[in-house]
Design a protein around this ligand. Structure first.
Ligand code: ATP
Length: 243
């Protein structure tokens, strides 16, 4: 079936990914509609990061993935980025030997609207005052939370049409986690669709419109995030409550 559905930003159908003989993703379906904040939660090793890698063209996969109604089969990461598909990877991946400002400029390397890029850097500094204070500091010397902010700001500099976030809260202090989720919410309020992979299921479900739960390479549950938060089975399995 190849009907183009403009009401879906990303559609993943029957996705499988294997590392050698090991199937990490075993045939999953998911979709993101315009303006949605969708979360993908699940235990360690469930296949969440692998799913993001397939979507961004950094891992070989089988099945169908379409972005803005077009198959992305065979497309390289940079081509997808040029079409607005941006990812903030686990571990952040900032350019350690570049300053904060240079990292933000790198985020805009595909843009040629120089004046607007400058204005957007200022906008990022308003959103993340901590980065403004450290504009000239080398990114590799920032704290983990500051690097996460920089990685998100850098991705936003590319003017994404879909933002993929891989465990943005990982390893951060509770205050930093709150700040990062505040930013995720504000990006979502600008109607930029987001696919958020998270270990912190409670925060993710509280922020998201819809959610998918992955277990051992399969999606075992999906639905409205608010309904999942109320589901005793979800609460027992993912939010650490007694059933
Ligand atoms: P986590 O929350 O721990 O990051 P995850 O849900 O993101 O987990 P993945 O990183 O996608 O899980 O890993 C899924 C499975 O694939 C795991 O069993 C993992 O060991 C395996 N895997 C991931 N990357 C590779 C690789 N490069 N080579 C071989 N196996 C891999």
């Amino acid at each position: 079936m190849s009907t183009v559905d403009t009401n879906v930003v990303l559609r993943v159908s029957n996705l499988t990914v294997a590392y050698g003989g090991i199937q990490a993703v075993k045939g999953i379906d998911l979709e993101i509609r315009p303006g949605e904040l969708v979360t993908l939660i699940g235990a360690n090793g469930a296949g969440k990061t692998t799913t993001l890698k397939a979507i961004t063209g950094t891992q070989a996969w089988h099945g169908d993935i379409s972005y803005m109604g077009q198959s992305i089969k065979g497309k390289a990461s940079y081509e997808l980025l040029a079409q607005g598909l941006a990812m903030v990877p686990e571990g952040r991946g900032v350019f350690a030997r570049m300053s904060v400002t240079e990292n933000l400029q790198m985020g805009a390397f595909l843009r040629n609207d120089t004046a607007q890029v400058k204005a957007d850097i200022e906008r990022m500094f308003q959103t993340f005052p901590r980065l403004k204070e450290r504009a000239k500091q080398l990114a590799g010397t920032l704290s983990g939370g500051e690097q996460q902010m920089l990685a998100m700001a850098r991705a936003l500099m590319s003017q994404p049409k879909l933002l993929l976030l891989d465990e943005p809260s990982m390893g951060l202090s509770p205050i930093m986690v709150d700040k990062i989720f505040e930013v995720v919410r504000s990006v979502s309020a600008q109607k930029i669709p987001i696919l958020l992979v998270e270990q912190n299921a409670l925060l993710a479900l509280e922020a998201a419109d819809r959610a998918y739960v992955m277990e051992s390479g399969l999606v075992t549950l999906s639905g409205k995030a608010s309904e999942m938060l109320d589901d005793p089975k979800v609460r027992a399995a993912y939010l650490g409550e007694a059933a």
